[in-house]
Ligand binder design. Structure first.
Ligand SMILES: [Zn+2]
Length: 146
């Protein structure tokens, strides 16, 4: 159970507590969801299970395990889901573009311009798109051998 005084205000704490289909992967100290307004197809967020307001407030071992997941997902995007590059972003505090004050890492697959020409950046993903992408990512990660 979450120990968090921000629970009523914080969307990520709410998602962590409600869980279900929204959560793509759940690990001991973090979880993964799709960005609601993705910059590209598959844009995901790795979020701490506990409420830390940003990178600087997050314990190093938690950052390390989140980065392992970022690498794993980046690898999956690149090797199995046709991404040409991966962008990993941690916005820290509002002037740097952090919108939700709960530590999270963006993993954004980048594609060459001719791929996904109909994809509209920052448009809300449909339930169908989310489910299909979730299935692909989870299946690929489960099949990975390192
Ligand atoms: Zn929170």
């Amino acid at each position: 159970m979450l120990v968090c005084g921000y629970m009523r205000k914080c969307i990520f704490c709410e998602i962590y507590n409600s869980g279900g289909e929204t959560v793509v992967i759940k690990r001991s100290d973090h979880f993964v969801i799709f960005d609601k307004f993705p910059a590209s197809l598959g844009h995901i967020l790795i979020i701490t299970s506990k409420h830390y307001k940003n990178l600087l407030a997050t314990p190093q071992h938690t950052i390390n395990s989140m980065m392992e997941t970022a690498k794993e997902i980046g690898k999956t995007f690149k090797e199995r889901l046709d991404a040409d590059g991966i962008k990993i972003v941690i916005n820290t505090d509002k002037p740097a573009g952090q919108e939700i004050m709960h530590m999270h890492i963006h993993v954004i697959p980048r594609y060459l311009p001719h791929k996904h020409p109909r994809f509209e950046p920052h448009k809300e993903m449909t339930e169908k798109e989310r489910k299909s992408m979730r299935k692909r990512i989870v299946t690929e990660i489960e099949n990975q051998t390192y």
